[in-house]
Design a binder for this molecule. Structure first.
Ligand code: CA
Length: 228
């Protein structure tokens, strides 16, 4: 895997932050492209689809949330959103429009690098499944290879992270999976303060697939029901 080029698109209009993020990611072995505003980011991603995007919310042109919407409408893209400290609204809207993860400013370069590695690892891991692989739980059908999900024959459009989360739950139907475990296994990092990320993505899955599919086990986590 290390001999394969991984491309990261960094979208940030503040030159000092953009440069230090780019330098750190290049030191980690990524090929980095920079974009300083919304339209440039969308153009760059169209020209060369990146393996991951580090995306600031506050941008000239149109903002990071709009960039996220446009990129996800074209192809599933792993996105790490950078939000202002304590702007919970940006974080929630970002996750709703298809960001996979977020970091609040100011962040450490070490944390940023860890998140980008986790994002790329998850996207790659699920892309290399070679044979058609269908998982059926009740009226839910998941095609691992094509990353398609149908409920009662109706296809749902999931973000890459929503898909991974659903697959994780569906591989263990009815088992109660603690939020911390989901965070560690699906997101690749064991940080108990990030469990709200899990909640937001569960909300997205329920909106797209029906509220009865995933059961909340209060104070613990979530379980996939097997409705028929
Ligand atoms: Ca900015």
């Amino acid at each position: 895997m290390s001999d394969v080029e991984r491309r990261v698109l960094v979208v940030e209009d503040e030159p000092t932050i953009a440069e230090s993020v780019a330098a750190r990611l290049r030191a980690e072995g990524f090929v980095v492209e920079l974009a300083a505003d919304g339209p440039a980011a969308v153009d760059a991603a169209r020209r060369t689809p990146p393996d991951a995007v580090v995306l600031d919310v506050m941008l000239p042109g149109f903002d990071g949330l709009e960039v996220c919407r446009r990129l996800q409408a074209e192809r599933p893209t792993p996105i790490l959103m950078l939000t202002a400290r304590d702007d919970e609204n940006d974080m929630l809207v970002g996750l709703a429009v298809g960001a996979d993860d977020y970091l609040t400013k100011p962040f450490s370069m070490r944390e940023l690098a860890a998140r980008v590695h986790a994002l790329v690892r998850r996207a790659t891991k699920t892309a290399v499944v070679a044979e058609p692989d269908l998982l059926t739980v009740g009226d839910l059908q998941i095609n691992r290879t094509e990353r398609r999900v149908l409920r009662s024959g109706v296809e749902a459009q999931l973000t890459p992270t929503e898909f991974d989360l659903l697959l994780h739950l569906a591989e263990r139907p009815r088992a109660v999976l603690p939020r911390e475990r989901l965070l560690a296994e699906v997101w690749g990092w064991a940080d108990a303060s990030g469990t709200r990320t899990v909640d937001s993505h569960i909300k997205g899955l329920r909106r797209k697939l029906g509220a009865d599919l995933i059961r909340t086990v209060h104070g613990v986590g979530y379980a996939l029901e097997a409705p028929r």
